[in-house]
Design a protein around this ligand. Structure first.
Ligand code: GUN
Ligand code: ZN
Length: 434
C-alpha cells in the first residue's frame, strides 16, 4: 500500500562541497510517497499531494524527514566497550576490547549482541552500515541472519587476525580462507547484504594472512575490503616495525592488492600527501570517525586535504572507540574537530547532512540506491522530532532558516529525537515517548 508522509523534508542529493549553497533541498511543508520499498515522489506537500491525491497520509507537523543515516564504520561486538576511558588505541584494545570480543565465541551471547547492536543502530536512525564484524564464524552468521530479518543494508565480514592478539581471537591461514569463502558464498548479494574481507589491521595480521585476503578479493572481485589505517602514532610505529619492507602503512595493504574502488578504510588521521595521492588514484574511500578519534585520543583528521584529493569520504561512529551510534553526534564531532584544527575545514550543516547520508552512500558505492530522498531511491527514512519542551524544541522554535534548523539538529538531536524509522518502506522503529 502506498503511503504519503508529510513533514519538513531535508536532503542533499548533490554535494554541498562542490555546489555550495543550494545543495540543501528543504521543503518546510514537504512530503514523500513511498510504495513497494521505494520513494515514488518527494518535494512540496502540495505538489506531491496533487500527484497522489488518494494515498493515505501521515502528518508529523513538528517533525523532519531525512534520509536514513549511513554509518561507514561501526563494530558490532563493541557496545559494551563504549566509554572505556583513560586509554589510547593499543591499550584500549588489549585491556577492554579484545577481552569483550572474545566473549562472542559463545553462541547465546553472540546472538544477543547482534540483535542489540542492530536495534540500537536502528533507533539512532541508521539504516545502512559498513559493520566491522566478529572473529567467530558463528557470530558473523548470526549478524547476517538478524540483519536480513530487518532488511537493513549491511556490509560486513569476518574479522581476521593471526598475531599480536590473544589466542582466543587468532585464526589460521586455512581457516581464514575457508570461513571467509563460506560466508561470501552464503551472504554476499543476498537481499540487501554484502560481504567485506576484514583483516583487523596490519598490527594483528601477518604478511601471509594479508596475502590470503588478497586471494579472497581476487577470487571474489565484487566483495568489499574494509580495515583500519593510520589511526594512532604508536600503532603506525608498530606497523613500521612489523613490516620493515613497507614504505608506509598503506603499502602493507597495497602489496596484497587490497586497495581499490571497493576498499573502505577507517580513520586515516596521520597520512602523507603521497599516501593520499595513492588512495585517490585507487579510488578508495575513507570512513572518518571523529568521536572515536577524540575519545581514544588518536588525533585530528585532515578533512581539507582529503577533500583536496577528492577522496570519497563518509562518517563512521566507530562504536565502541566512538561514543555512540548517533550520526547527528558524529556530524557535530566532525564539525568541532575541524573548528579546533589548525587550517581545519569549516563545515556547515548541509555538509554535515551530506556526510551523514549521501556521501556515506557514495563511499560504500550505494549512492545509486540510497542516501537521498529522490524518486526511485530506497525508502529508508528517518522521522526526527524534538521531544516536547526539550532544548532542541526551544532552539527550533527560533530558527531563522533551514540551515540553522539543521545545525540545531546536528548539535542537539540524539536517540530520543528519532520518532520513526522506515527501512525499505516498512516502519521498522517507533519511539514510544513523546
Ligand atoms: N584498530 C584495530 N582494531 C580496532 C578497533 O576495534 N577499533 C579502532 N578504533 N581501531 C582499531
Ligand atoms: Zn574501528
Amino acid at each position: 500500500m502506498p503511503q504519503l508522509i508529510r513533514a519538513h523534508l531535508l536532503h542533499t542529493p548533490e554535494s554541498p562541497f562542490e555546489n555550495g549553497t543550494g545543495a540543501l533541498h528543504s521543503y518546510s511543508d514537504g512530503a514523500v510517497v513511498i510504495d513497494k520499498g521505494a520513494i515514488q515522489a518527494s518535494g512540496n506537500y502540495k505538489d506531491v499531494k496533487a500527484q497522489f491525491p488518494d494515498v493515505p497520509e501521515k502528518h508529523h507537523p513538528n517533525a523532519f524527514i531525512l534520509p536514513g543515516f549511513v554509518d561507514c564504520h561501526v563494530h558490532f561486538p563493541q557496545i559494551a566497550v563504549i566509554g572505556a576511558m583513560g586509554m589510547e588505541l593499543l591499550d584500549w584494545l588489549e585491556k577492554r576490547t579484545f577481552p569483550e570480543e572474545s566473549r562472542l565465541a559463545d553462541a547465546t551471547y553472540a546472538k544477543e549482541t547482534a540483535q542489540t547492536f542492530l536495534q540500537t543502530m536502528l533507533r539512532n536512525g541508521t539504516t545502512t552500515a559498513m559493520v566491522f564484524g566478529a572473529h567467530f564464524l558463528n557470530a558473523q552468521n548470526v549478524l547476517f541472519e538478524e540483519a536480513q530479518k530487518l532488511n537493513l543494508n549491511i556490509i560486513s565480514g569476518l574479522v581476521t587476525s593471526d598475531q599480536n592478539i590473544p589466542d582466543s581471537l587468532k585464526t589460521t591461514l586455512e581457516k581464514a580462507y575457508q570461513e571467509n569463502k563460506t560466508l561470501i558464498e552464503k551472504w554476499h548479494g543476498k537481499n540487501t547484504l554484502r560481504y567485506a574481507v576484514m583483516p583487523r589491521f596490519s598490527v594483528t595480521c601477518s604478511d601471509a594472512l594479508l596475502e590470503v585476503c588478497g586471494t579472497l578479493m581476487a577470487e571474489h572481485p565484487d566483495v568489499y575490503f574494509h580495515t583500519h589505517i593510520n589511526e594512532n602514532p604508536s600503532e603506525i610505529a608498530f606497523v613500521k616495525e612489523l613490516f620493515p619492507w613497507a614504505e608506509d602503512y598503506l603499502a602493507t595493504y597495497e602489496r596484497y592488492n587490497l586497495i581499490g574502488k571497493r576498499s573502505v578504510l577507517a580513520h586515516n588521521v596521520h597520512v602523507s600527501d603521497d599516501a593520499l595521492t595513492r588512495l585517490a588514484k585507487a579510488e578508495a574511500a575513507i570512513a572518518h570517525c571523529p568521536s572515536s578519534n577524540m575519545f581514544i585520543g588518536s588525533g585530528l583528521f585532515d578533512m581539507r586535504r582529503h577533500l583536496e584529493h577528492k577522496i570519497r569520504l563518509g562518517l563512521g561512529s566507530d562504536v565502541g572507540g566512538g561514543t555512540g551510534f548517533s550520526l547527528f553526534k558524529e556530524g557535530l564531532m566532525a564539525y568541532q574537530m575541524q573548528m579546533l584544527k589548525e587550517d581545519g575545514y569549516r563545515l556547515n550543516s548541509s555538509e554535515l547532512l551530506y556526510l551523514a547520508t549521501k556521501a556515506g552512500a557514495e563511499a560504500l558505492g550505494l549512492d545509486n540506491q540510497l542516501g537521498d530522498l529522490q524518486k526511485g531511491k530506497r525508502a529508508d527514512l528517518v522521522i526526527v522530532e524534538a521531544p516536547k519542551d526539550s532544548t532542541l524544541s526551544q532552539a527550533l522554535k527560533h530558527s531563522p532558516n533551514e540551515e540553522a534548523a539543521l545545525s540545531s539538529l546536528f548539535t542537539l538531536a540524539r536517540e530520543d529525537c528519532i520518532k520513526e524509522v522506515y527501512v525499505a518502506g516498512e516502519s521498522s522503529y517507533q519511539r514510544n515517548i513523546l
